[in-house]
Design a protein around this ligand. Structure first.
Ligand SMILES: Cc1cc2nc3c(=O)[nH]c(=O)nc-3n(C[C@H](O)[C@H](O)[C@H](O)COP(=O)(O)OP(=O)(O)OC[C@H]3O[C@@H](n4cnc5c(N)ncnc54)[C@H](O)[C@@H]3O)c2cc1C
Length: 462
């Protein structure tokens, strides 16, 4: 890294995760001079501690389940157990390949990559390793880290975060998963497939509580069938160490024992002690506040990704980073419609959605204006072949567009691309019903749900 102290970059970006590196790549592509500062590894949480490693574990889990169930497909195979070192080698191989590719990409775009911990020293400067980097604009993209509950210490041994879970050197016999949101249910799914006894504790009435209630209930039914236990509407009151692990207590008096406990109660912004407040950047509970163009209250400073209070998803970070880069390069940009962002929880079965829930639609449009239709995957050939159960539910504004698509079933995450086009192009059910879906695919189920909503169901038993 050669920093010419006299260089004034067009953009100095603090944090090289999904949000920061997307901003850097797009800004450089548009001809801006960019410095990207990262204290850990380029790629951030998503590549090293989030999306990619968890999805590799979930794929290994799927193979374990398929091996166990192979006789049901007429294939002779026997499941002998999980070689956790082998699983980590596979996972790390995926990460390593992507990491190398990303480093090459950043280098090829002539971005000045600075390795080190940065601190905002003014509205136009960031200090790193004793050097000062000046930018006409600064983009804050320092991301998030696992949160805990007041008084609950994560010791990294028996009480762990997702970061620890990703490098655990064994398959635990039993696990308590504190939190039934996306991260919690994905780890619960992996560990159950790997052979652990799993109990999820969730304070809200449902697993995946941000999803349409129908999807949450289908997920709960599927998890129950898989032998994953859960306590819903159960407030955690404390944990103590036992001779062999931990004992979690709930406010309702119940206790759950296990070898270890994963704390998956959400992630909080990384903004403390980084000079943000001193530079006058407005924050709320640590989140940097931005307008719909990702601009903070300080004219030279923008912020993106998990650091701002929008959906904590890698593709949201990418989109916000690109939006900022294009705005700083003088292009016309359009604010992000966060309801139109596809959301996938990659447990087995998968939960995928785009748009709004039925409850939200009723709130917005009035109950009498909201129409729904469902298609059960039992009527879908490909889902039958895969032996997966689930449902697609559509939410429509009466005589209007589809405003919500909610899907549960193995591989339904792959259908969310079509669902997002339907939502974002404000498609009418009759227009989607007109489109021919290939047979036999799971995408047909999406087509069938629209046929039902258009009043001409084909394979619907309802
Ligand atoms: C277990 C898990 C699974 C997930 N699965 C998915 C998924 O399947 N799909 C999905 O879309 N999202 C998923 N996410 C969320 C996704 O990882 C985040 O939304 C995304 O990484 C946010 O990107 P970011 O750039 O805002 O922050 P981060 O990726 O956290 O990047 C911030 C970067 O800033 C760096 N940094 C912080 N402070 C400084 C400093 N002072 N100086 C220099 N550098 C600094 C950090 O080292 C880090 O690399 C998952 C998250 C977790 C934890």
């Amino acid at each position: 890294m050669a920093n010419d102290a006299s260089t004034v970059f067009d953009v100095v970006i603090l944090g090289g995760g999904s949000g920061g590196y997307a901003a850097a790549l797009r800004a450089a592509q548009l001809g801006l001079q960019v410095a990207l500062i990262e204290k850990g590894k380029l790629g951030g949480t998503c590549l090293h501690n989030g999306c990619i490693p968890t999805k590799a574990l979930l794929h290994a889990a799927e193979i374990a389940d398929q091996t166990r169930e192979s006789a049901g497909f007429g294939v002779k195979a026997s499941f002998e157990g999980i070689d956790i070192n082998g699983v980590h080698a596979y996972k790390d191989g995926v990460i390593g390949g992507l990491y190398k590719g990303l480093q090459g990409l950043v280098a090829s775009r002539k971005i000045t990559y600075v390795s080190g911990e940065g601190r905002l020293s003014s509205p136009t400067t960031v200090d790193v390793n004793g050097e000062r980097y000046t930018g006409r604009h600064i983009v804050l993209a320092t991301g998030s880290v696992p949160k805990s509950l007041p008084g609950l210490a994560i010791d990294g041994d028996r009480v762990i975060s997702s970061d620890h879970a990703l490098t655990l050197d064994r398959v635990p016999n039993s696990v308590i998963v504190l939190g039934g949101g996306v991260i919690g249910v994905e780890f619960a799914s992996v560990w159950k497939s790997f052979g652990a006894e799993v109990t999820i504790i969730e304070a809200l009435p449902h697993l995946a509580p941000l999803e349409d209630e129908n999807s949450s209930k289908l997920l709960e039914r599927a998890f129950r069938k898989r032998g994953i236990k859960f306590e819903l509407g159960a407030r955690f009151s404390g944990v103590e160490y036992t001779a062999t692990g931990v004992r979690a207590s709930l406010e309702n008096g119940k206790q759950v024992e296990a070898e270890l406990m994963l704390v998956a109660v959400g992630r909080g912004p990384v903004s403390q002690g980084l000079g943000y407040e001193e530079a006058g950047v407005a924050t709320d509970r640590g989140y940097v506040l931005v307008d719909e163009y990702m601009q903070t209250n300080v004219p030279t400073i923008s912020a993106v990704g998990d650091l701002v209070p929008t959906l904590q998803l890698a593709h949201v970070g990418f989109a916000e980073g690109i939006l900022v880069a294009e705005r700083l390069a003088g292009l016309k940009v359009v604010p992000i419609d966060y309801d139109g962002v596809p959301r996938v929880t990659y447990c087995s079965p998968e939960v995928a959605s785009v748009g709004i829930t039925e409850a939200k639609a009723k709130e917005l449009y009035g109950a009498e204006k909201v129409v729904t239709a469902k298609f059960n995957l039992a009527g879908n050939g490909k889902s039958k072949i895969l032996k997966t159960a689930g449902e697609i539910k559509l939410v429509q504004v009466k005589d209007g567009a589809v405003v919500g698509v909610h899907m549960v079933g193995d591989r339904m995450g792959e259908q969310v691309g079509e669902a997002q086009l339907i939502y974002n192009w404000e498609a009418l059910p009759s227009e989607v019903a007109q489109l021919i879906h290939a047979h036999p695919t799971q995408s047909e189920a999406l087509g069938e749900a629209h046929l039902a909503l258009a009043g001409k169901p084909l394979h619907n038993h309802d």
